[in-house]
Design a protein around this ligand. Sequence first.
Ligand SMILES: *[C@@H]1O[C@H](CO)[C@@H](O)[C@H](O)[C@H]1NC(C)=O
Ligand SMILES: *[C@@H]1O[C@H](CO)[C@@H](O)[C@H](O)[C@H]1NC(C)=O
Ligand SMILES: *[C@@H]1O[C@H](CO)[C@@H](O)[C@H](O)[C@H]1NC(C)=O
Ligand SMILES: *[C@@H]1O[C@H](CO)[C@@H](O)[C@H](O)[C@H]1NC(C)=O
Ligand SMILES: *[C@@H]1O[C@H](CO)[C@@H](O)[C@H](O)[C@H]1NC(C)=O
Ligand SMILES: *[C@@H]1O[C@H](CO)[C@@H](O)[C@H](O)[C@H]1NC(C)=O
Length: 450
Amino acid sequence: MRLFTIFLVFGLLSASLGSNVKQVDETWESIDNRTKPTWYDQAKVGIFVHWGLFSVPGFKNEWFWHEWQSDHDEEVENFIKANYPPGFTYQEFANQLTGEFFNATQWAELFKRSGAKYVVLTSKHHEGFTLWPSKYTYSFNSVDLGPHKDIVGELGEAVRAAGLKYGLYNSLIEWYHPLHIQDLENGNTSDFVDLKVFPEMVDLVNLYKPDIFWSDGDWDMPDTYWKATKFLAWLFNDSPVKDTVLTNDRWGTNTLCVHGDFYTCVDRYNPGFLQEHKWENAMTIDWHSWGYRRNSNIDEYATTKQLIELLVETVSCGGNILINVGPTKEGHISPIYQERLLQLGEWLSINGEAIYESTPWTDYQNDTLTSGVWFTQKGEATYAAILQWPQNNTLRLGSVEKLFSESTEVWILDSYQQLNWTSIDEDIIAVNMPDRASVYSNDAWVIRIK
Ligand SMILES: *[C@@H]1O[C@H](CO)[C@@H](O)[C@H](O)[C@H]1NC(C)=O
Ligand SMILES: *[C@@H]1O[C@H](CO)[C@@H](O)[C@H](O)[C@H]1NC(C)=O
Ligand SMILES: *[C@@H]1O[C@H](CO)[C@@H](O)[C@H](O)[C@H]1NC(C)=O
Ligand SMILES: *[C@@H]1O[C@H](CO)[C@@H](O)[C@H](O)[C@H]1NC(C)=O
Ligand SMILES: *[C@@H]1O[C@H](CO)[C@@H](O)[C@H](O)[C@H]1NC(C)=O
Ligand SMILES: *[C@@H]1O[C@H](CO)[C@@H](O)[C@H](O)[C@H]1NC(C)=O
């Protein structure tokens, strides 16, 4: 009797602690239906970091190896011929990924000042080089070669010390991994996944506890080959980050824009209207490359105004923006990236009220009368981000009439002034903007309607 009672109490206790609660089973229906951590939707702005051996040539883009070996891209082939000795291999770039200026604290502080709330690092890109001492890489990693540092670990500590969330990008594919090539040839084996990809992903999560598992390189096989739902069921049920982690949609030929916590669809996805499912606009400050390019020119970088425009459009349509920077092989983030991020951060420090923790306005995402005006909402307030200063300082809005009553107040966040407004015609609200000389930003402005 007594023994029975003890067992009963024990059983109730462990049930109430939730130790046996499985959130999901190994199906997409179940994974997609899971209750998602809320921090990601609230964060809105993240920084993507592409760093790897491709940062060494810093030429063309991060697909350098593939363009050289498989696509036989003329530019890349000529570049190699002109600058490297015969017989030079891509793997030899590892010794030149010196990272002597890599300082995780400096990166994290810069990202924090950009206004971003999370950071995603390429722990392993399609080349297969890992930025942590993965026991599955046999010396093709950043501790045995190159910087001799655990980049994934050091950056994670610094990013979290700065109060930001930390995500890890992981490429499923490795272009030239013999086991993957073997699996592709056989068509019925999965040694690459069983012996390399799957255990390595589990190891990565256990070691560094990412808040986002950002998958990529899924495109030549379906999710079943990658054992995606099996991995995700482990991630969401049993991993050390089961309650905080989110994932994207790149888990096989059949999952893009269909399954996952947030959809990335295509690179630089920016649909321009409200999406039903949470999504992310993963984009680059250097329009042409995710990896650093040594021969880039100033007009190939997004301006701060363009960054703010993309941010505003993205958030108004229910997305997060993931802004990519490519550090140099020395581990330095060049001043052009620094300037863009710091200017974005300045804008967000004034206008972030309309961005962080906001929701899209379901009625309209942009104004029907004046183009370049994008809406968000939070609490009782509706925010309109204005991308072009209106002629004659009069902003004419065609979508907001129903938000207005006599007591409605309109404030511009930039110089924090209350603005007069009038109702003209049937459905047009005209807002008197202040003297342009009195506002701070030259790029975009936000008014709060409440
Ligand atoms: C989806 O979640 C709801 C509520 O948590 C649950 O009742 C339902 O059974 C789930 N559906 C599937 C297919 O898992
Ligand atoms: C890294 O950067 C931080 C912040 O600028 C600085 O305090 C620290 O001394 C740097 N560490 C090294 C090893 O240079
Ligand atoms: C894969 O297919 C080949 C050729 O049809 C066959 O010989 C082999 O036994 C199969 N291997 C497995 C693991 O099913
Ligand atoms: C609203 O945005 C969409 C997507 O960018 C665009 O096609 C449409 O023209 C915009 N509306 C106005 C009035 O500018
Ligand atoms: C702005 O003012 C000018 C001159 O005062 C006038 O000709 C023009 O129509 C006005 N434009 C708008 C959009 O009200
Ligand atoms: C708003 O209107 C009032 C009354 O017409 C006027 O006194 C005030 O100067 C106006 N404020 C601005 C910022 O235009």
